[in-house]
Ligand binder design. Sequence first.
Ligand SMILES: Cc1cc2nc3c(=O)[nH]c(=O)nc-3n(C[C@H](O)[C@H](O)[C@H](O)COP(=O)(O)OP(=O)(O)OC[C@H]3O[C@@H](n4cnc5c(N)ncnc54)[C@H](O)[C@@H]3O)c2cc1C
Length: 461
Amino acid sequence: MSPSIDTRVAIVGGGITGLAAASWLELDHGIDDAVVLEASDRAGGKIRSELEAGHTVEGGPQGFLDNAPDTLELARRVGLGGALVPAADASADRFILRAGRLRAVPTSPVSFATSDLLPLGGRLRVFAEPFARRRPDGDESVFDFAARRIGRVAAEVLVDSMVTGVFAGDSRRLSLAATFPRMAAMEAEHGSLTRALVARMRAARRSGGRSAGPAGPGGTLHTFDGGMELLPRRLADRLGDRLRSETAVLGIGRDPTGLILETGSGPVRARRVLLALPADRAARLLAGLAPDAAEPLAAIPTVPIAVVMASYADPGAFGRPVDGFGFLVPRAENAGILGTLYCHSIFPGQAPAPRLFLRTMIGGAREPGLAGLGDDALVGSVRAAHARILGRDPDPDRVWIVRWAEGISQYTIGHLDRVAAAERAARAAGIELAGSPYRGVSVNDCIRQARAAAGRLAATS
Ligand SMILES: Cc1cc2nc3c(=O)[nH]c(=O)nc-3n(C[C@H](O)[C@H](O)[C@H](O)COP(=O)(O)OP(=O)(O)OC[C@H]3O[C@@H](n4cnc5c(N)ncnc54)[C@H](O)[C@@H]3O)c2cc1C
């Protein structure tokens, strides 16, 4: 059978990475014939927004920080600059559960010194950070790094929460260098996070800019008017029939003229290929062509996660204010949930005022089995946790549930070496890799990786 499509570049996977890569090829390099092959009937992958009864129901990402220039540039260049929506000022306050009570996350060293987020001993240990032991050779877990630098108490409360918030992951298994590269770099450059932060604050003051936290530069969460899916939908619209949905790639082979992608609706011939897929799918597709890439890719795990969103007509339903960004739950609290975002407060346009609109995450590396529970059990877990943490168990009058069996990629110890090996072996076969399994899971990271991959594809196609 002759190839049904013949193209310079074929992109496999129509999540944000694949769609953004096709757009960058066009916007940055004038390549306007790349084809995106997507297995499902809709583009966007993990980005999924439904508008229902005045609610913006986000099944995947809630937003992205405005500290990454590529995402904002892409949004503006495809005409969505006017649809950007920043988080409300009222959502600035964040909370962490400790010893059964929500504690405000302090925003300055002075407020940290007097806050009740950590017990006194834990707080004092954080201030001893500049005198911490030097880093051991080789990759280190996020937890070991944090315990070494700021003490076990802070590692268990602050860092475990942070890892839960971004990766739904286990801080004892995740690689510092892969998950929080900026923190690793700060220690390497300045010998101490405190000294690095002071240096950055001074530099920011000199340049009149904004300061940065240890996990990365500060930023404001943004979404789009209509939800996160507005961006992939716009990118998909621009592609037109160059986006082939319901076209799963089943295998990849090669002939003297290039790579042949096997799909249910006929083969696709391409000079270069980008795989923008979950790592296990990429591993399967590369098993024959680039086994040295397939093996490390198969070792990149994901964790399942369930998202439960609940809306309450009565803003006083919990008998206390539910204002701010929301709260995260460290492992030691055994609350059965990973955390809850106060969506009505973050993006007030996403629920009819004055309702409460809560979004709770369940499962992750901590309790993967919970993410697969039935609807009643999931809602029951959320309600029991909220009764304990927020003080009451009011009846929500609307609930939405989204489950992701392969929710978020986990960058375990040795991740960056595995990625480098996979990239090398895949590239030797004419194939690029980009997306959440590799160098950052956030939407911003995916769009940045997509741009870099588009550059490499353009240079060699
Ligand atoms: C619950 C949740 C909350 C999150 N919250 C945030 C947040 O607030 N902010 C943030 O920045 N990030 C967040 N993330 C992370 C972020 O949304 C994802 O990492 C990112 O969207 C993944 O994009 P991707 O393109 O790498 O992969 P995916 O979105 O997984 O896309 C891969 C695509 O490949 C397709 N595919 C698979 N196999 C094949 C095949 N054989 N042939 C063709 N196509 C195939 C799939 O159908 C899919 O469309 C969250 C993730 C989850 C799950």
